[in-house]
Design a protein around this ligand. Structure first.
Ligand SMILES: Nc1ncnc2c1ncn2[C@@H]1O[C@H](COP(=O)(O)OP(=O)(O)OP(=O)(O)O)[C@@H](O)[C@H]1O
Length: 588
């Protein structure tokens, strides 16, 4: 029940539907009791008393009761459906919002397929239960209670004898619930593993094909598919074992009623009409008891789904704004960035940055160079507060970034990532992503600076061309240029180019840099690059190795020092004529 208590805020605000639905369910159940009572009246007071002229009026009464019950059921079903949909809507909104604000650390571990299955299958299970399952469970309780009370009203001794088997039914039902709940959890888990496999396969289809690993992927899927099937079979076994037992006990009570009831009629303790009414009423109890397994199953399934949804909703934000976080006016921000003795390691990881010190005055260009895994991207992740530093501090215009509102901080920074992500929308939508009021001229200006305008104009529908999922249909370089245009349009105080020109050829890179030069003016720019040509104009270049700064300075100083920078330079400019290499100080 704790799950539903925790989810209360999502259904309690829809309580008018909840109460209406429950009220009309009660009314419909009460109306249902009219049948056995009318039946008793028909047998004892009309047929046995031979008052056949009353049959049309009793038939009309039954028809009236039937229509009224149908109306009550309609209102109950309608409001129940509305309740289920609204609760599912509220939950979906809350889940999506939560997913938006969860930190990078959460996504390091999260699996897309699993999240998708929580947002779809689990949510559907909750919708079903809140809309229908809960009402059915309640209906069952009401029918059993009202049925038993009416039976007792006719003859309490016979009622007691008949319902003697009910505790056994309850016992079987509870054992069933205890077994079926874990089984349903496993089914859900297996389902999410299955979705993860499909989703990863689609995302990585190019890798799979280029390695000709289709058979391996089929095998991998088959294993998970098998696991899913096995889980279902296990659940069916539980079902198959308990259901007939439940049915047998239910039928036993009918046998008891008919035997004892017959004896009561012979003894003249009850009338024939009473027995007919009791026989009809006992089904009023057995019917829902029959479905007990199904209702419990529905309940446990939605409880398992609720647990998985709550797991997301109760997830802690690893990085969040402080309560009275500072809001910086974008126009007032200068862009002075300082890393003060920063230490950082990823959760369960080796140190990724050690004693990292950097002062980037407003408008300066900082280059970051280093081998793979040396910590370059980590510097940027920390600047954006994707993670919080473990020791030391990072400041923007002298303010510790942990005191600045998270969104406000990220509004001041534009990042062009190594891997470009484009939404499956038009190029225009992709470039203007995150910008509220921009004119077409501003978009084109940014695209021209990013050297994207010309190729966009060659596309069939220019800026309105819709790109495929993750930008399929565009080359890596084209995607990068769109991403650069997007970053420029945001007009940030701090610009980060994380290996942003790695996918374009040297010539285009040169052209983009000419455009960027103008743009970098007045902004603090961080350039992460593997090519020396991308960062040789930086005001300060930091060379990283295993999270430590091993060299720092300007290009012309570093290139004449013995060290990793010169080493990289020599490799990259190995084809340069010796004369030029000798005169590199002059050339650069
Ligand atoms: N999300 C993460 N979780 C755990 N460890 C990480 C994560 N991201 C990076 N690391 C580790 O932190 C270290 C620094 O990684 P980082 O991505 O900053 O390197 P990099 O210099 O940008 O490399 P590259 O040039 O290959 O992008 C590496 O050892 C890496 O394995």
């Amino acid at each position: 029940m704790d799950v539903f208590r925790q989810l209360k805020r999502f259904y309690w605000r829809e309580r008018k539907f909840l109460f209406t639905s429950v009220l009309f369910l009660i009314l419909a159940t009460i109306m249902g009791l009219a049948y056995p009572l009318l039946l008793r009246y028909l047998v004892d007071d009309i047929i046995q008393a031979e008052k056949f002229d009353m049959i049309p009026s009793i038939a009309l009464l039954v028809a009236g009761a039937m229509v009224t019950k149908a109306c009550f059921q309609f209102i109950h079903g309608f409001t129940g459906g509305r309740l289920g949909n609204r609760v599912a809507f509220n939950l979906r909104e809350a889940l999506y919002e939560k997913l938006q604000y969860l930190s990078f650390q959460y996504y390091d571990r999260a699996r897309t397929g699993d999240l998708m299955s929580r947002l779809t299958a689990d949510l559907e299970a909750i919708r079903n239960f809140v809309g229908f399952g809960f009402a059915q469970l309640l209906n069952m309780i009401l029918m059993v209670t009202f049925g038993a009370v009416t039976m007792a009203f006719i003859d309490w001794r016979l009622t007691l004898i008949t319902l003697i088997t009910m505790p056994i039914m309850g016992f079987i039902a509870i054992r069933f619930e205890l077994k079926v709940h874990p089984a349903f959890r496993s089914i859900r888990l297996a389902m999410s593993r299955l979705t993860t496999a499909v989703q990863e396969n689609i995302m990585g289809v190019r890798t799979v094909k280029s390695f000709a690993r289709e058979p391996f992927e089929v095998e991998k899927f088959s294993e998970r598919n098998n696991e899913y099937r096995e889980n279902h079979i296990e659940t069916s076994k539980i079902w198959a074992k308990f259901f007939p037992a439940l049915e047998m006990v239910a039928n036993l009570s009918v046998v008891v009623l008919l035997s004892a009831g017959g004896w009561f009629v012979i003894k003249d303790w009850i009338s024939v009409g009473d027995l007919v009414a009791l026989f009809s009423l006992v089904w009023y109890i057995i019917g829902p008891m029959w479905g007990l397994g199904f209702h419990i199953n529905n309940y446990t399934q939605s409880k398992a789904s609720g647990e998985r949804i709550l797991e997301i909703l109760n997830q802690r934000y690893d990085v969040a704004s402080e309560q009275d976080a500072l809001m910086m006016e974008s126009e007032q921000v200068k862009g002075n960035v300082e890393f003060r003795d920063v230490q950082f390691h990823y959760p369960d990881g080796q140190p990724a940055l050690k004693n990292f010190k950097l002062n980037a005055p407003a408008g300066s260009i900082i280059g970051l160079l280093g081998g793979t895994g040396s910590g370059k991207s980590t510097v940027i992740q920390l600047l954006m507060r994707a993670y919080d530093v473990k020791k030391g501090a990072i400041t923007l215009d002298g303010v510790d970034i942990r005191h600045i509102d998270l969104n406000n901080l990220r509004e001041q920074i534009s990042v062009v990532f190594q891997e470009t992500f484009l939404f499956s929308a038009s190029i225009l939508t992709n470039i203007t992503y995150g910008c509220k009021e921009v004119t077409m001229e501003q978009v084109m200006h940014a695209a021209k600076l990013a050297k994207a305008h010309d190729f966009i104009m060659e596309l069939p529908e220019g800026y309105n061309t819709v790109v495929g999922e993750r930008g399929m249909g565009l080359s890596g370089g084209q995607k990068q240029r769109i991403a650069i245009a997007r970053a420029l349009l945001k007009n940030p105080k701090v610009l980060v180019l994380d290996d942003a020109t790695s996918a374009v050829d040297m010539e285009t890179e040169y052209e983009i840099q000419q455009g960027l030069k103008e743009l970098m003016r007045g902004r603090t720019t961080f350039i992460i690059a593997h090519r020396i040509s991308s960062l040789k104009h930086a005001d300060e270049i930091l060379v990283l190795d295993k999270g430590e700064i091993v060299q720092r300075g300007k290009h012309h100083d570093l290139v004449v020092q013995d060290g990793p920078y010169r080493h990289v330079f020599d490799i990259q400019f190995a084809d340069m004529p010796e004369a030029l290499r000798q005169g590199r100080k002059v050339a650069n």
